[in-house]
Design a binder for this molecule. Structure first.
Ligand SMILES: [Zn+2]
Ligand SMILES: [Zn+2]
Length: 361
């Protein structure tokens, strides 16, 4: 397995971002990204004008973000961007029919009441057949916490502490949705590089070069071929399989992080994104490249917790198991990395027997 690192969810001058593609690509290359998935609002025009492909070592993919007033949907691997003037399930299904991957974008965005910016949350329920959820959105995290003055001030002095982490509601939604099928979690930048005022007094909200060193996705691919179509297929297949974790690089590069299920003999049985039937692997093992606050959760509840580089726990039956890592700095814990789950499902017969007592059946 090879670990590739890149950014998902960016806007250019094709929608409301301020950067041109050459400028954005230069920033992505300078940051050393393996891939960059741009997602302008309601358009795939850059697919025609710019095209996908490698720029140096950075693979540029062009997706889109279907963007009605609420219910934004990120699409990767799409050939056309569907109309936003239809029920969300319809644009999900239209993209699915194209073979595209779809992610509910910033589902619990709170807007910025002070600046009269509305909430772009997801509110079309119930919904199904989407690939996953943008569990951590860099822009929503920042804007949603602007009103909390101590947090905002700390963020000015120490930019790494701008981010508060995924919304608790979004994590709960992800854990719940994963009880019946794989629901892939991603971290998205939503980078626009908003520029307020003129130089030299210009204020820039998360310039591209800053963002490309912040919230990134680490994807485990079998190999990373040099040809566009092969690399694109490898990347999207791994994302669809949930073989990824996302992390705020402002707190350090977590490359090498592993979350695996092991057999009694200690061999790897499953890894993040995998679904298997109970009893599944004997133990779960989380390994970090440096000491951190480590947690393993089952169905949203912490079942193992320690500070260090390794954490292991026994598997306690069916459940959605995932890991969270936090970095300790100056007596505080900052969110760092979040893995996709390992899903351990009840054997079909057992599920029927337990139906009356079990709220997820
Ligand atoms: Zn959006
Ligand atoms: Zn966006």
């Amino acid at each position: 397995m090879q670990e590739i690192v890149g950014a998902i969810h960016g806007h250019s001058t094709y929608s409301d971002g301020t950067g041109s593609f050459p400028e954005i690509l230069a920033a992505a290359q300078a940051a050393g990204l393996d891939f960059l998935a741009m997602t302008d609002h309601d358009t795939l025009q850059p697919l025609q004008d710019i095209g996908e492909g490698f720029h140096g070592k950075t693979l540029l993919l062009i997706g889109c973000e279907v963007s009605p007033p609420t219910n934004h949907l990120l699409a990767l691997g799409a050939s056309t961007c569907p109309s936003r003037d239809q029920p969300p399930q319809d644009y999900i299904d239209e993209l699915r029919a194209q073979g595209a991957l779809t992610f509910l974008a910033h589902p619990h965005d709170r807007g910025v009441p002070l600046a009269k910016i509305p909430s772009y949350r997801w509110d079309a329920w119930p919904i199904d057949r989407y690939t996953g959820i943008e569990v951590w959105n860099h822009l929503s995290d920042w804007s949603g916490n602007l009103g909390k003055l101590p947090h905002a001030l700390r963020g000015v002095v120490k930019p790494h502490s701008f981010l508060a982490g995924p919304e608790a509601e979004t994590l709960a939604l992800w854990d719940e949705a994963g009880r019946t099928r794989r629901v892939v979690g991603i971290g998205g930048l939503d980078v626009h590089d908003v520029r307020i005022g003129r130089r030299p007094l210009q204020l820039r909200v998360f310039p591209y070069p800053f963002a490309f060193r912040a919230l990134l996705c680490h994807v485990l691919v079998p190999d990373w071929p040099p040809a566009l179509e092969d690399a694109k297929t490898a990347l999207l297949a791994a994302v669809a399989a949930g073989r990824l974790y996302f992390a705020n690089h402002a707190m350090g590069d977590p490359r090498g992080l592993a979350f695996r299920g092991l057999t009694a003999a200690g061999d790897e049985a499953v890894q993040m994104g995998d679904e298997c039937e109970a009893p599944g692997p004997r133990r779960l093992q989380l390994t970090a490249p440096r000491a951190a606050d480590l947690r393993i959760l089952r169905d949203g509840q912490v079942i193992a917790h320690s500070f260090g580089r390794d954490l292991a726990c026994e598997v306690g039956g069916a459940g959605v198991y995932r890991a969270e890592l936090r970095i300790r700095r100056g007596g505080r814990l900052y969110p760092w990395a979040f893995t996709n789950p390992i899903y351990i499902r009840r054997a079909p017969g057992a599920a029927v027997k337990a139906a009356a007592a079990d709220r997820w059946r």
